[in-house]
Design a protein around this ligand. Sequence first.
Ligand SMILES: Nc1ncnc2c1ncn2[C@@H]1O[C@H](COP(=O)(O)OP(=O)(O)O)[C@@H](O)[C@H]1O
Ligand SMILES: [Mg+2]
Length: 1011
Amino acid sequence: MKCPACGFQNLEEARFCNRCGKKLDRGCPACGQVNPPGSKFCHACGAGLIKTPGPPPIDFTEPQSYTPKHLADKILTTRSAIEGERKLVTVMFADVAGFTALAEKLDPEEVHRIMDGCCRILVDEIHRVEGTVGEFRGDGVMALFGTPIAHEDHAQRACHAALAIQQALVPYGEEMKKKHGIDFRMRIGLNSGLVVVGSIGDDLRMDYTAMGDTTNLAARMETAAEPGGVLVSEDTYRIVRDYFWFRPLGSIQVKGKETPQLAYELLRSTQIETRLEASVARGLKELVGRDDELGALTLAFEKAKRGEAQVVDMVGEAGIGKSRLAYEFQKSLGEEAFFLTGACVHYGRNMNFLPVVDVVRAAFSIEEGMTEEEVKGRIVVRATDSLSPMIPFFQSLLSLKADDPRFTMLNPEGRKFGTFEAVKNLLLAVSREKPLVVFLEDVHWIDKISEELFAFFSRCILGHPVLMLSAYRPEGSPQWAQGVHYQRLSLKTLGSKLSIRLVRNLVGGLPLATDLEKKIVAKTGGNPFFVEEVVRELFDRGDIRKQGDHYVCDQPIDNLVIPNSVQGVLSARMDRLNEDLKRTMQVASVIGSIEKSFSDYQEAVGIARQIGDKQAELGCLCQIPVLIYNSTMEGTMPRICDEGLALARALGDKGAEARILTSFTHWRYVWQRSNEFARMYEALSLAIESGQPSAIGYVRGMLTLDERWAGNPGRALEHSEGLIELFRSLFNIFLGSAVAFLRGWSLTDVGRYREAILLLREWAGILEQNGVYVHLGRCWNGLGWAYAEIYDFQTALNFNTRALSNVLALKDKSPAIIYAALEMQGQCEVNLMENNFDLGKVDEAWEHIVRFERESARPEYDMLRDRWSSRMKDLKAAILLGRGDLDAAEGLARECLEVGRQRGYQKYVGKAQSLLGRVMTERGAYDKAEDNLRSAQAVLEKVGNPKQIWITEGHLAKLYEKINRHDLAREHRQAAAKVVQKTTDGLSDHQLREGFLNALPVREILIRAEQ
Ligand SMILES: Nc1ncnc2c1ncn2[C@@H]1O[C@H](COP(=O)(O)OP(=O)(O)O)[C@@H](O)[C@H]1O
Ligand SMILES: [Mg+2]
C-alpha cells in the first residue's frame, strides 16, 4: 500500500507508513468510506479494498502480447489479401517531449514504469480505432492506420486517436507531476502516404516499406509539434479537413526537406461525422437523377402510411449517394412523418446499441448538451401509460442510472428482452401520432445487438404506419433483409450525361473543356463522391481556370490524379472485393455464381487501373481465365490473356505469366483444337523459374489434365505427384479436388484401381462435407468408372447414378458452366449405358443410347461432345456387332477412329482400332483384322490401360483361333491372363479382389489361359 503523504510503497497489510509514520487509512474506491488500516473489504459497501496487482508490463517485442484478440484474428484472416499490396495509410509518431532531460533526472526503473503506463494509453487508443503499433521506441511509438486492417478513413481514425491520446495524457501528466515533479507531455505528428506491406507473421509482426518519405514526414511533423499538440501534414489535412478543426501554421522548414512543408495543428473534431454532413456544410449541389429511386421511396412511404409497413434497404458503394438520397427523401416528407435517424460509425462495431441510442434519443426529442435531469424529464414526459414500466430500460440505454432498483437484478437476457420490447413499444407509440420513418445509416458498421434489435423490430411493424429504411454498402445484408414487406433498392453509378451535369454544377454551371469532362467521367466511373473530389482537387491545385465561358485545364489531362480521399475508398473496396474473390476461387462456390465472380473480377480490374495498382490488376488477370475458360464467357479469353500477358511481362512476374500462358494454351487446346504442348512446357519452366508454388502447381495441374486427354496418363500422374498436398496446404479445395479427380482417373487409366478408388472416395467425402458440389460429380463419376473397370457393376451403377443427378442439378443452377456440365452429363450417361450392357441388359443399354442420342442432338452439347460421344458410339457399335449389323458397326468404328485421331485422344484411337479389328474378324477379313488389332494393342500398351489391353489380347486370341494359329492364340491368351493377374495383384483389398476374380470375363480369361 502506498502512503498518500510521502508516496512510500508499504506492505499491503501495513497500518502505519514505514517511512513517515503516518496512519494508513483505506478509503473505499467505491463509496468513499474510510476503513481501518489492514481492511480487505469496505464495511459500508462490501467492495474490495486491496488493489489487485496491475497488469504485467507490456512486452514490446511481442505484438501478440499487446494486440487484442479480435484485432489479431482480423489481421490473420485477411493477411493473405494484404501482403505485397500498396496501401495508402496514415502514420503516427508520438514521442515524449524532452525525454532525454527526463531520463537523466529519474532512475531508469522509474522511467521504464512511466513509459509503460504511457504506452498503455497509446496502445489502447490506437487499438480502439483499429490502428496498429508499428514500433515501440524508447520514448514513444510509431503507429499505422489503414494497414494491416484496411480502413478507407485511416486518416480520420488517426486524428481521433491522436486527440484521444492527448486527452488521456492530461490526467496522466498531472499524476506524473505530483509523483515525480516532471512535465510529462507528448508530441504527435501525422502524415498520410503509401506503404508497401511485406509479410505478416503468425506473431503479427509486419514488414512494410514506406514509399518516398511517408514515415519520415510524419516524424518531422512530430518534432515540430508543440508538447501536448498534434501536427499534421498537408496530405493528411486534405483528407480530413472537413471532419476536424485545424490551425494552419503555414509553411514550416523541416529537416531533410528542401522545400518548406505546409503544416496544420489539429485542434478538435467538428460535429461532422459523415461525408454527407461535410457536403451539407460546404453547400449541397443540385441532386442529379435518382428520380426512380425517390419515386420508389415515396411509394413505399405511401404504403406504410396506410398501415402496410415497409422495410427498404438502399444498397450501393461508398459515395454512390445513399445518404444523399435519404436526405432528399426526408426533405420531401416535410412535416408529414417523424424521421428518426440512427447512425452507425466506423469505430462502432464493438459499441452496443449505438444506432438504437440515436433513434431513441430522437424519439424522446433529447438534444445535445442536456443535463441528466433534463434527459430524465424528457423520458418521463413521453413514456406514459404502457410505456412507463419501461423507463428503467430507456434510462439504462441512455447511460443514465436506472432509478428502479429491480432493474439491476435482471440477468443479461432479461435486460436484452426488456430493452427490445421497450424500444419497439416506444417507436410504435410514436407511429400512432404520425407515420414514422426509422432510418439506419451506414449499416455495414452496425453492432450485433443493434442488428438483432432492428431485425426484431422489422417483424413487429406489420400493420403499423412504419417505414424502416437503411443504407449500407454491398458487403452482405443485415438480418432484416427478408420478408414480404422487404425491398432492396440498388443504387447504380450515374451515367455520363448526369455525371457531366454534376461536374458542371460543381464548377458553377459552366462547361469544362470537352475532353476534360470526358476524362473526369471516365476516371470517376459515375460515382458522385468521386466526381466531387476530383473536381475539388483540380480547383485546390489551381489546375483549372476560367477562360471565356468555360473552364480549361493547364495540366496535361493525363495527369489527372485521383485524390487521396478517393484512393482510400477505392483501395478499401478493392480489399473487400479481393477477399470475396479469394474465397470464391478457393471454395469453388465459383460455380453457381460464375457470372457474378466474372463481373466482380472485371470490376476489380477497373478499380486497380483507376488507382494504378498494377499488382492487383495482374492478380485478377491471372484468375479470370481460370474462372472462364470452360464457361460461356470463354470468348473473352484472347483479350483477357493478351492483357494479362503484357502486364505480367512488363512487371517481370514470371509466375503470373506462366499461369496465364497455361490457361490460354489450354483454352486453345480445348476450343481451337490446336495442340501446343510445347507451350505448356515453356510455361512450366517459367513457373519453375518464378519459384512461386501456386504458379508451379497451377501449370502442373493443367498439364495433368491435358496429358491425360492426350493419352499419357503416366505423365499425368507424374505431374500431379504431390500437387494435392500443395493445394491442401494453400487451402484451395477447388484446385485440390480438381487434381484429385484427374489423378483418380489417371490411376484408373493405368490400372492402379485401388489407389484410384481410395483417392476418389476421400475427396468425394471432403467435397460432400464442405458442401462443395462442383467437383463432387466428377469424383463420383470417376468412382463409377473405376468400379466398372474391375467388374463391380452394381457399385459402379450406384456411383454413376449419383453423379448424374449431381450434374443435372448443377446444370440447372449455373448456366455459365453449361458446356462442362453437359460434357459431364455425357460421361455419366455413357457410364450408365455401359454398366447396363455389362450387366447383360443389352436392350436397356440400347434404349438409353437412342434416348440420349435424341437429347444430345441439341447444339449446346456440341462444344465438348467429342469427349464422350466416341465412347457411346463404341458401345453402340459393340451392340450392333453382336446383332450382326457389320456395316453399321464398321461405320461407327471408323467415326470413332477419326475423332480420336483428330483430337489426339490415344485411348479412343486404340479402342476404335480394336473394335474395327473385331468387325474385320467377323467379316472374315483376317489380314485387316490382324493389322487393326495389332496396332490397337500397340497404342493401348503405350497408354497403359490394362482393361483395354486384355480385351484386345482376347480378340487377337480369337482371331488366331479362327485361322488355326493355335500357338499364337495361346500366346495372346496368356498375355491377357498376365495383365489380369497383375491387376489382381494390385487389388490388395480382399473384397475388391474377390469380386474381380469372380467376374465372368476375368474367370474366362484365366481358365482359358490354363488350357
Ligand atoms: N444524385 C446526386 N446528385 C448530386 N450529388 C450527389 C448525388 N448523389 C450523391 N451526391 C453527392 O455525392 C457525395 C456522396 O454522396 P453520399 O450520399 O454521401 O454517398 P454514400 O452515402 O452512398 O456514401 C455527397 O456529397 C452527395 O451530395
Ligand atoms: Mg453515406
